[in-house]
Unconditional design. Sequence first.
Length: 254
Amino acid sequence: MEIIKSYYNIKPKVVLCIVLISLFLIPLITYATTIYNIKDDWSDTNNPNGVWSLNRNGALLTARIAGGDSWGSPQQAWGSGQSFENIFKSNGTEQFTHDWQQDDIVTHTPNSTSQFHEIKWTSPEDGVFSISGAAWSTRALSRTNIWSLHSNGNLLTQGVLQFGPTSRANPFLFENGSNGSSVIQNLSLFKDDTIQLRIQNISGLGDYVGLNLQIEGGPAAVPEPATIALLGIGLTVLAGAEVRRRRKKKTINS
């Protein structure tokens, strides 16, 4: 009972000691963080590919060679519909004007304003995740696209892409979307929840759009057993010291 009472009458210096111990132990807490990056994880042979899938209005795209424009070497792509309506990782042999580099992820949006290309990420586990990335227009053709991020189909944020205001050197960062950066940070997700990046034309003709998409996170931070043990020892020592101090004070006063 004496120990319990000591917690309710604890002195400021003891509180300070507890705070200092806690601050010392914070670096010992481990975070299971994984980075998922569409560029790094890209596959020309599999769709879905692990946590990623490439879609058009929810339907999986199929492998094919990009058409409609000229490449020095065949450009492997994922698409459906017209031959240029694809998502691909650039092989760097484009023979037309464009604002992207080899290995960039690029999509040519469908010409229909009711159709969109989608990069979908499916959470492999329960956890906390954050989204980052950007999109940009790649040609001066007066064609306008819109990007949007969704969680389980629900809109998080979006932005309009036009050539001039956006470029590879000055892309539209997702954190600067319509609803700010907080809506794409520290999202609590369950296993099989999804994040979708959608690109859609709103001007009647689609065009090439450059993309970056990264999702980072994992299970919530859990202290290591050693960390918990150290914290317990520290608190026990402090409590014991407080009890001894009170007993000594009681003896002196009696």
